[in-house]
Design a protein around this ligand. Structure first.
Ligand code: NAD
Length: 477
């Protein structure tokens, strides 16, 4: 089987090592062999990026905009094929895969526009006869490290602003999902991104990821808290810019005046779709006691009907878990929840399907408390726990009682509570009568507390990370 190589200095490079990319819906299906890069590959990529940066920054805005637009256009035209490949390597359903590729294409087109819309400021000085201008310049060579759960969208929302604002890039995707990153690299390469401006180095986090953090000018990371913490420490010791988007333990509050069907839909979508493998998943369902029993019965009924199966099979609503290790983690949390005293009203179990894969049915815990491990730690699977509360004050306090702060939601008909929740929820994103997951691409994304570190991603706020401010004083003579 031919090996898909890394893209370094505009050339595809196949090294000594490669890794098979396995379909989690069918472990007999090998999507391809992908290069496993070395520290040397990263050093070469960074050197090429540093060199190519100068020319890229001199490219006119229109040329950069055209390239990004072409990338978005090709992705959109190929969304079915790329979405299917994404579903095949990650395990989300075909529709979810196509949706993600569509999203990625929109991000590239958005930033194509931003290239030419982007400007600075011009102010009078407090001293007479002097002008002050403030401009934003590229940061340099940025290292982008991405997780497996949104292998194209997250790469896109880092690459597009990085390139739009004139930086050069070294991307390291997650080991489990190299095919989506490779496809994106191929599109960027053919769309006319100059050699060295965009580099792809696939490989292990502890080797390739670590080398990126040790050699680039800025690092944007999305992944687990443990990895992010180490990256922040290394970045701080080098005094480079760093941005981390990490885990969540997102609360969905359901009030007694909620539209019951809407509340059930928000919970089922937010907690279980995409196999619960979303940083914005609603894993804590905080429910007012007056609606608790009806809500729980409604969610359980929906879960009994959910079709878990092969990601590419028509009718599948929830695909498999990404790999054997994640499956073990999910199952161990089901045990932990029961040992800690929660009741598994719907108990997840391994499922057998026509093809060998990591199939797991959803778990809904009831009678859980906010101090249980299932409500403190990120499971990252199709597992949610209901916490019963007596009033809004208790619901809000419970929602905020977490080390995380990515997304939160409330289902209520009350304008007053909705406004209060939006103002007082300690999270980066708040949703009213919507699932905690599901976002637009043109507005900022990120969390608080243990969920995020550094400036926001996406939309115009991305410029905070990918540009550096220069203040110029000039006295016309
Ligand atoms: P992970 O931390 O294991 O890996 C993320 C990336 O970091 C991978 O590319 C990995 O190879 C790399 N890496 C690993 N060790 C490294 C090291 N020492 N130095 C540098 N890079 C290293 O996370 P994952 O399992 O791929 O993804 C799941 C996690 O991602 C979950 O915690 C989830 O909440 C989080 N996530 C967060 C967001 C968000 O925006 N907040 C979005 C999606 C996923």
């Amino acid at each position: 089987m031919a090996v898909f190589g890394n893209l370094i200095a505009g050339e595809w490079r196949v090294g000594a090592d490669a890794r098979a990319n396995i379909n989690p819906s069918d472990t007999n299906d090998v999507i391809g062999e992908y290069a496993v890069g070395s520290r040397r590959d990263v050093e070469d990529a960074v050197a090429a990026a540093r060199q190519a940066m100068k020319g890229w920054a001199r490219h006119t805005e229109q040329q950069r905009a055209d390239i990004l637009f072409r990338v978005g256009e090709e992705m959109f035209a190929r969304r079915e094929e790329l979405g299917e490949q994404l579903a095949r390597e990650e395990g989300k359903t075909r529709a979810e895969g196509i949706g993600e590729v569509t999203r990625a294409s929109q991000i590239f087109r958005f930033f194509a526009g931003e290239v030419v819309r982007f400007g600075g400021e011009f102010l009078p000085s407090v001293r007479p006869g002097i002008d002050v201008s403030i401009r934003r310049e590229p940061v340099g060579v940025v290292g982008l490290i991405t997780p497996w759960n949104f292998p194209i969208a997250i790469a896109a929302w880092k690459i597009a602003p990085a390139l739009a604002y004139g930086n050069a890039v070294v991307l390291k995707p997650a080991d489990l999902t190299p095919a989506s990153a490779w496809a994106l690299a191929d599109i960027l390469h053919r769309a006319g991104v100059p050699a060295g401006v965009f580099n792809l180095v696939m490989g292990r986090g502890t080797v390739v990821g670590q080398a990126i953090v040790e050699t680039t000018d800025a690092v944007s990371f999305t992944g687990s808290v443990a990895t992010g913490t180490g990256i922040v420490q290394t970045a701080a010791s080098r005094m480079i810019r760093v941005q981390c988007e990490m885990g969540g333990k997102n609360p969905l509050v359901v009030m007694d005046d909620a539209d019951l069907d809407l509340a059930i839909s928000c919970a089922v979508d937010g907690s279980f779709f995409q196999t619960g493998q979303r940083c914005t998943a609603s894993s804590r369902l905080i429910v007012h006691e007056a609606i608790h029993d009806r809500f729980v019965a409604g969610v359980a009924e929906r879960l009994e009907k959910i079709v878990t199966g092969h990601a590419l099979k028509a009718g599948t609503q929830v695909g498999p878990v990404v790999d054997a290790k994640q499956l073990e983690q999910d199952l161990s949390y089901v045990d932990i929840g029961e040992k800690d005293g929660a009741h598994a009203l719907v108990r997840g179990q391994r499922l057998n399907r026509e093809t060998p894969g990591f199939y797991l049915s959803p778990t809904l815990f009831t009678e859980s408390t906010n101090d249980m491990r299932i409500n403190r730690e990120e499971v990252f699977g199709p597992v949610a726990a209901v916490i019963r509360v007596k009033d809004y004050e208790e619901a809000l306090a419970t929602a905020n009682d977490t080390v995380f702060g990515l997304s939160s939601g409330i289902v209520t008909r009350s304008q007053k509570l909705s406004q209060h929740f939006q103002a007082n929820s300690e999270s980066g994103l708040t949703m009213v009568n919507l699932p905690t997951a599901g976002l637009d691409y043109h507005v900022p994304f990120g969390g608080r507390k243990g969920s995020s570190y550094g400036p926001r991603e996406q939309g115009r706020y991305a410029a905070e990370f990918y540009t550096i401010v220069k203040t110029s004083y000039a006295m016309p003579v």
